[in-house]
Design a protein around this ligand. Structure first.
Ligand SMILES: Nc1ncnc2c1ncn2[C@@H]1O[C@H](COP(=O)(O)OP(=O)(O)OP(=O)(O)O)[C@@H](O)[C@H]1O
Ligand SMILES: [Mg+2]
Length: 466
């Protein structure tokens, strides 16, 4: 369970935190900044939430003292209205975020969840060697196939350098994992790592999220805000889904990369930062450049070193290793046995969702197996489905429909939809030797519908089944 240290001299606040977070976090408390400094090494919290105004050391002084021995621990500061200026100072001293009192509970929960995630990401080391038994690493990048060997080599080269990296690969291939591995092996490993998913933030808010804004910069900008670049000064910023940025944001990123300088939105005073950027995308950026949606100069600046992650179907020899890894990760106690038929299905699946899909499939199977052997029917349906359903050429369907339509135009008397429907049903029934349940499943219709169509089209007589 995540450990949270609440630093506040008011008992009321402690009670409300206990009520809000209850059994979800392991809540520790300290009554003053001095107490917090002693408590942190002992408690080893994942997150500190601290009031700014306290007798003795105030929140900002305490934060500065914490930063002398821990540069990464996320600290959220709480402040009453009217003292946001102080909180902004605190952000510059490396606070993770700040909250205004009285709390908006959903907002509080959201910020705490974000900080705990950031904390985990900074703490969990990512190995770039497939060390299953290693105690040192909580997470591994598994793979021995030649394309993964190349990935490991590049991670190693990047780790000792300060170069910007561009990670590419389809969804679920491990881009985020690789970004974290680069960070953990870099000279900045003891500095913060922050991740921003550009696609998850509305376009018009992304620039302010990254670069901050001045008070009054736009409607709703009631206070100054410090952006991720400034917050991450000295550390590593991971920009995920980099293809989703407006032109002005791209221009600003290019400038930070070139000179380390930017202005907050609505501001004209340059801010200087030292941030290492790691970017990732699952869209072909070259095409976006071609279409003039992505700045070419920014693309080249990001693409200094490229880590291209292979699709799982292109490194099938790693599938057994990954299965073993996820079984160890998610099964408690004895490792369950995997039936050869189950293994064969896993080995032959297309894996459109790549490693994430495989990870989910193993978790699914473990739940379904309830401690027994992993039989094929413990796998998610899209993996056990017969090739006939899997190989449906979705992409060719419009082409096929086009052909059918031309045929229909030439033979209007045949009434194309019923005719096609009838043929499909006959095929499905032949394939399943007349098993209506299976045939309906193959066709994606209910059994009742299938039965009605069989009547309507008088199929039984033709196949002499039933
Ligand atoms: N080589 C690997 N070894 C072990 N686990 C992996 C590997 N690659 C990916 N994973 C796991 O698969 C899941 C998806 O990985 P990750 O989030 O890094 O993918 P992604 O490329 O960022 O995907 P998306 O484009 O959808 O954001 C994570 O749980 C990750 O730990
Ligand atoms: Mg990702």
């Amino acid at each position: 369970m995540d450990k949270m240290l609440l630093v506040d001299d008011e008992a009321d606040v402690r009670y409300s935190f206990e009520r809000i977070f209850g059994a979800d976090v392991d809540l520790h408390t300290a009554g003053s900044g001095e107490e917090a400094i002693v408590a942190i090494p002992r408690v080893d919290p994942d997150l500190v939430i601290m009031d700014v105004r306290m007798s003795g050391l105030n929140g900002i002084e305490t934060l500065q003292r914490i930063r002398e021995f821990d540069t990464k621990l996320p600290v959220i500061l709480m402040t009453a209205f009217g003292t946001t200026q102080t909180a902004i100072q605190a952000m510059k001293h490396g606070a993770y975020d700040y909250l205004l009192k009285p709390f908006d509970v959903p907002k509080l929960k959201e910020i705490v969840a974000g900080a705990l995630k950031a904390s985990r990401e900074m703490k969990q080391k990512v190995s770039h060697e497939p060390l299953l038994e290693s105690e040192d690493y909580d997470l591994g990048i598994i793979g021995r196939s030649p394309p993964m060997q190349d990935v490991f080599k590049t991670i190693g080269q990047l780790a000792g350098a300060e170069a910007t990296a561009l990670i590419t690969g389809d969804s679920g291939t491990g881009k985020e994992l690789v970004a974290r591995a680069i960070y953990h092996h870099s000279d900045r490993a003891d500095k913060p790592f922050l991740a921003v998913n550009c696609a998850a933030i509305p376009e018009n808010l992304l620039e302010s999220e990254l670069f901050g804004h001045e008070k009054g910069a736009f409607t709703g900008a009631n206070t100054q805000r410090i952006g991720k670049f400034e917050q991450c000064d000295g550390g590593t910023l991971f920009l995920d889904e980099i293809g989703d940025m407006t032109a002005p944001t791209q221009t600003k990123i290019l400038r930070v990369l070139q000179s380390g300088a930017f202005e907050r939105v609505g501001g004209n005073e340059p801010v200087q930062v030292d941030v290492r950027l790691i970017a990732a995308t699952n869209k072909p950026l070259e095409e976006a450049v071609e279409a003039k949606e992505f700045r070419e100069d920014l693309f080249y600046r990001l693409n200094v070193v490229r880590v291209a992650l292979p699709a799982l179907r292109d490194r099938r020899e790693d599938i057994p290793l990954l299965i073993d890894y996820f079984l160890r990760k998610y099964s408690h106690g004895a490792l369950p046995a995997l039936q050869p038929a189950t293994m064969e299905l896993l080995q032959n699946h297309e894996w459109p969702g790549n490693v994430r899909e495989l990870e989910n499939a193993i978790q699914h199977a473990l739940v379904k197996a309830k401690g027994g052997a992993l039989l094929p029917d413990t796998l998610p349906p899209e993996i056990t489905a017969t090739p006939a359903t899997v190989e449906t050429p979705h992409d060719d369907l419009p082409a096929l429909a086009g052909k059918l339509f031309r045929w229909a135009r030439a033979n209007p008397e045949r009434r194309v939809i019923p005719a096609v429907e009838r043929e499909l049903i006959i095929n499905a029934l032949k394939e399943t030797s007349g098993n209506q349940v299976q045939a309906a499943k193959l066709l994606g219709i209910t059994r009742a519908t299938l039965r009605k169509r069989i009547e309507k089209f008088e199929i039984k007589r033709e196949l002499s089944i039933g």
